[in-house]
Design a binder for this molecule. Structure first.
Ligand SMILES: [Zn+2]
Ligand SMILES: [Zn+2]
Length: 174
């Protein structure tokens, strides 16, 4: 996907999408130099802001495919790595080189980020991490109250009966 297509997917252009684009492309370029062709990749994101949309477009890692993992650390960090070799890259957007006068001007900042030298905005380093659990196929169990099927890890017990979260809250909350 081109940068223009990513903006369309995201819905607007903003500093976050520019950051995510620079981070994701830097990570992929670095990873491509160490990974075997077509080796399956996984992305771990440490925030859930605009930039993650760019990462999804650039890497093809998505929640639906189970190869995008969200860790709620509130950091501008993406880690992308290969499942089989367990090696990858960790990208941190530090933004050290951002001129002070641009910090309040979102559109100028966005443009600046897109053309900034890599090292003035981010650091990138190799990383070796244990493999996260692959996406599992989980069993579904019908809720005793509404009858709808629920992933077994989301089932509560109410009086010994399997219960979905909304039904559980309805009964316990009153
Ligand atoms: Zn945005
Ligand atoms: Zn229910």
């Amino acid at each position: 996907m081109t940068y223009e297509e990513i903006i369309q997917f995201h819905g607007h252009e903003c500093p976050g999408i520019a950051m995510g684009y620079r981070m994701a492309t830097a990570a992929i370029n670095k990873l491509d130099s160490i990974r075997a062709e077509d080796e399956e990749i996984v992305a771990i994101v440490e925030n859930d802001a605009c930039g993650v949309d760019a990462l999804q477009c650039v890497t093809g890692c998505t929640f639906g495919k189970g190869n995008l993992i969200f860790r709620d650390y509130g950091k501008h960090v993406f880690t992308i790595y290969c499942r089989s070799s367990r090696s990858g890259v960790r990208v941190h957007f530090h933004g050290d080189g951002i001129p002070q006068e641009l910090r309040e001007d979102r559109s100028a900042l966005t443009k600046w980020i897109l053309s900034a030298s890599r090292d003035s905005i981010l650091s990138i380093e190799p990383t070796f991490i244990p493999e996260p659990e692959p996406a599992k196929i989980r069993k579904s169990i019908p809720c005793s109250f509404c009858g709808e099927n629920v992933m077994e890890t989301r089932i509560n017990q109410l009086g010994g009966k399997p219960t979905c979260i909304p039904c559980f809250e309805k009964h316990v909350g009153t």
